[in-house]
Every structure is written in C-alpha cells, then in structure tokens.
Design a binder for this molecule. Structure first.
Ligand code: DAH
Length: 343
C-alpha cells in the first residue's frame, strides 16, 4: 500500500508537471494516452491493486480516482488554453489594418478611335440620324456594282481591294451600307442614317493602314438639295473641330454621287493662316460627299424622279489624327500604353 501510494504521488506530480510544460495539442493528446491509456501509468497502477488487502483496496481506489479526476480537470483546462492560444495566433495572422491605403488598380480608358466614333455618332444622332450597320465581308455587288461601279470600271482601281473569291471581298468602304439600308427601308422616307465601321484596303504606311474606320452618311427624302449637305457638314465640322471652323466644297469624282465634292475644313491648327498641318493652304480635307447618283437610288429601290439624297464618307483615323494632333496613323493601332494613356 505504501509503495503504491508513493507511486501514485509520483505519477500525480509528474503528469501535472508535464501538462504544465507541453505546448501543442498533439503533446496533450499524447500525455492522456500515456497516463490513462491501456498501457498508461495510472492504468498500470490500478492493475497492481490486486495485491492489496480488501480493506485497503477502496481507500487506494478512491485516491486513484481523485488523482485521475484532478488530471482530467487540469487536462481540460490545458486544452482550453491551447485552443485559445491557437485562436489568437490565427487572429493575429489574419489581422488587417483597414486604415492602410488600398491597392490602386490601373484604370483603363476608351481608345481614341472609339472616342471619336462615339463623338461623330452623337453629333449625327442629335440631328435625327440613326445608326445602320453592314457586313465587313461584303459581296462585289454591294461594294461596287450597286454603287454604280460595274465590273471593269476604271474607278475600281481607286481602292486596292482584298478579294476572298471573285465575288466576295473585304469591304473597301462603308458605302455598301447605303444600298443595303435603302433595300431594307424602301419605300419609307426619309432614309437618314450614318454607318460607322471597319474597312479594308491593300496599303500600309504612316497615313494608311490595311484596316481603318469610316463613317458613312446617307439622307434620302423628297427635295434634298446640295445646300442641305453643306449645312449639315458645316454643323458637324463646327461641333467636331470648333465653333469658328468654316468648310468649302471642292468638285471631285465618285461613281456613286453626282455631283461629287470633297469637303475641306479650315485648318484647326492655324485657323486658316497656313501652317505645316494644312501645308500652307489653310484648308484640310476631311471627307468625300455628293448627291446620291440616280442609279444608286434605283438600285436601292427608290425612284430618282421622286426623291433625291446626299451621301458622305469620312475616315475616322484621319479625323482622330486631326483632332488630337497625331502624326502617325500606326500609333492608333500599336496599342502602346504610353500613347493610349494620353486620352
Ligand atoms: N466611299 C468613299 C471612299 O471610301 C467615300 C465617299 C465619298 C463616301 C463620297 C460617300 C460619298 O458616301 O458620297 O473613299
């Protein structure tokens, strides 16, 4: 009995001491097994109680129970403490300082070409035009024939065409949308649309790109005159390039208009005095235009005896270059972030 008591005392002291020292949940679980498991120290002690007399056994049993209860209590407390420590360590790790400045994400902005297209659209929408669209892969018929450019017409050479087959091509201009729109709308009046979009031609240098953008315009109604064209283009030019701009119409040739005119705007850099931009002429060409050719009205399903119309077509890159003073068209397609950031 004496030796068992001493042994119990030793186990009690030792386990409580170990419990105090240990630092992890694993160690804690380990200790429980070492004390109360099948081969644990307390378990081993209980097994030796058979050697005691019947009077001694309950006394010893009670003492063992007390030691076990104390150990269990201390064990639970330690477990709680370790849990707390782990939790606060995790909280510490996850702590965020909400007063720190945030990470600024780089902000994108619109491409200058998109900006210019939107601006052109806004100006014409304000005058009651609607927006029409047509396919970029076009037939020879709409790109040329319906625009009064029959096969073998010499004016087809004005535009270097990417052909896909003999009859299918990448449109060289947005003008085919004129006839497509008239076909769809006839006999409704007025036909009053602009058609922005990509066009394709076989050249590539500082002022030409194989893909570029145009905005086409078409107004067909009873009694449309050249002065209507002039008024609308003057209004457009002043909205786009400034209130003090003037325009002039120069006689020109396009197969789908008669008469045809190229439109110049007074130089936005020098105001007409003459400078490098306008090559000392005071004027800058911005678009082609004219009165819709009777043949084209017919192809669109309208009677040229009853209606007249005007049309125009402008290059968006050219307008953007003039508006922002961009000297090389390729800058608009290189997507160099240092360039794009300036808009
Ligand atoms: N389609 C012509 C071109 O690409 C531009 C043009 C000129 C369009 C006169 C028109 C117009 O509608 O009337 O060069």
């Amino acid at each position: 009995m004496i030796s068992l008591k001493a042994e119990l005392e030793r186990i009690n002291k030792e386990t409580l001491h170990k419990l105090d020292q240990l630092k992890t949940m694993e160690e804690l679980q380990d200790l429980k097994v070492k004390v109360m498991g099948k081969k644990g120290s307390l378990t081993a002690l209980l097994k030796q109680m058979g050697r005691l007399s019947p009077e001694e056994r309950p006394i010893m049993g009670q003492m063992v129970n007390e030691v076990r209860a104390k150990f269990e209590e201390a064990w639970e407390a330690k477990a709680k403490q370790l849990d707390q420590l782990a939790l606060s360590a995790r909280l510490e790790e996850e702590k965020i300082d909400i007063t720190l400045p945030g990470i600024r994400l780089p902000k994108g902005n619109q491409h200058p070409l998109s900006m210019v297209i939107e601006e052109i659209e806004d100006i014409f929408l304000g005058m009651g035009f609607t927006i029409a669209e047509g396919p970029e892969i076009e037939t020879d018929y709409y790109n040329f024939e319906a625009l009064n450019l029959p096969k073998d017409h010499p004016a087809r050479d004005m535009q270097d065409t990417f052909f896909i087959t003999e009859d299918i091509l990448l449109r060289t201009q947005t003008s085919p949308v004129q006839v497509r729109t008239m076909e769809k709308m006839k006999p409704e009046l007025p036909v009053k649309i602009i058609a922005p979009g990509k066009v394709f031609r076989h050249d590539d240098d500082a002022t030409h790109s194989p893909m570029f953008h145009q905005v086409e315009g078409l107004l067909v109604d009873r009694g449309i005159r050249m002065s209507d064209l002039k008024g609308i283009l003057l209004y457009f030019s002043r909205q786009m390039f400034g209130e003090s701009r003037e325009i002039r119409l120069r006689p020109s040739f396009f197969p789908f208009t008669e008469p045809s005119a190229e439109v110049d705007v007074s130089c936005m850099l020098c105001g007409g005095e003459g400078c490098r931009l306008c090559k000392n002429t005071g004027w800058i060409e911005i678009l082609g235009s004219g009165m819709v050719h009777p043949r084209v009205l017919e192809m669109g399903g309208y009677n040229p005896q009853e209606v007249t119309g005007f049309a125009f077509g402008m290059g968006v890159e050219r307008i953007a270059m003039l508006k922002y003073g961009i000297e090389d068209m390729r800058l608009l397609f290189d997507n160099d972030i240092r360039f794009l950031k300036q808009f």
